[in-house]
Design a protein around this ligand. Structure first.
Ligand code: KIV
Length: 289
């Protein structure tokens, strides 16, 4: 049996200079494919609000949504470390409430760790979760749950003051016991400097190649949703086109009577010969006349 990836493995990977790969997954089939492909960290991101549930932001995502999708992912995953996002307002109110909610993602959801967004105000909460035995991943830079405060999905750490704050938050998260930090939409040189200052790994998205690892949203990587991708994403497939083509060909086959064919159909079983079938059908025909 292959051993599950642990948070200690990720810190050791940073020490060895091995880059960490993380991808989001939201359901059983995609989680299974990622795990079987050897992806070591799977994030059940609250980006599922945008990618699966059709919201404009992650703000409407609830703990019930996260539990539902985390359970589907953890049923599939044998090897990867599964990190579940804590949704908006499930960890910002009090550390005790955060502990109860994080506990549900671990205990009921089956995740091995949780991710929370932000620095200063939630440091005490991060320490509380870690003391309770819950591994915590931080998330700095563009924190999508604060999109209305940040004024949009735009590059962060644009001034010396903002860079100072980012570094202070990253160090405080490390000090509080976080095992890794996602850096989202941060200038590459800033993300590299933060990565060098920390002992725990940084996982970048739109933060350049100097991070200790990279994370992408699976639907961007596969280009599953039609339309433009964020600048930081690289499509490794064009599934929107593949799926569109497949369903159009299926519809065409149904309309022209080419699906199902013999291979997809079932003949009469041994216990039902054609004469008996004809007799049964005749009974009904006669009743209709
Ligand atoms: O929710 C998510 O998918 C994330 C990644 C963008 C890091 O937080």
């Amino acid at each position: 049996m292959t051993q599950r990836v642990t948070v200690a493995d990720l810190i050791a990977m940073k020490r060895r200079g091995e880059r960490i790969v993380m991808l989001t997954a939201y359901d059983y089939p995609s989680a299974r494919l990622l795990d079987e492909a050897g992806i070591p960290v799977i994030l059940v991101g609250d980006s599922l609000g945008n990618t699966v549930l059709g919201y404009d932001t992650t703000i409407p995502v609830t703990l019930a949504d996260m539990l539902h999708h985390t359970k589907a992912v953890t049923r599939a995953v044998r090897q990867a470390l599964v990190v579940a996002d804590m949704p908006f307002l499930t960890y910002q109110v009090t550390p005790e409430e955060a502990l109860r909610n994080a506990g549900r993602l671990i205990q009921e959801g089956g995740a091995q760790a949780v991710k929370v967004e932000g620095g200063g105000p939630i440091i005490e909460t991060v320490a509380r979760l870690v003391r309770a035995g819950i591994p915590v991943m931080g998330h700095l830079g563009l924190t999508p749950q604060s999109v209305h405060t940040l004024g949009g999905f735009r590059l962060q750490a644009r001034t010396a003051g903002a860079v100072r704050q980012l570094i202070a938050d990253a160090l405080a998260l490390e000090q509080a016991g976080a095992f890794a930090i996602v850096l989202e939409l941060v200038p590459a040189p800033v993300a590299q400097a933060v990565s060098e200052l920390l002992r725990i790994p940084t996982i970048g998205i739109g933060a350049g190649p100097g991070c200790d690892g990279q994370v992408q949203v699976l639907t961007d990587l596969l280009h599953l949703l039609p339309g433009p991708l964020p600048r930081h994403a690289r499509p490794y497939a064009d599934l929107a086109a593949v799926v569109g083509d497949a369903v159009r060909r299926y519809a065409e086959d149904v309309r022209r009577g080419a699906f199902p064919g013999e291979a997809e159909s079932f003949g009469l079983p041994r216990d039902l010969d054609p004469q008996t079938l004809a007799a049964v059908i005749d009974e009904f025909r006669m009743r209709q006349e």
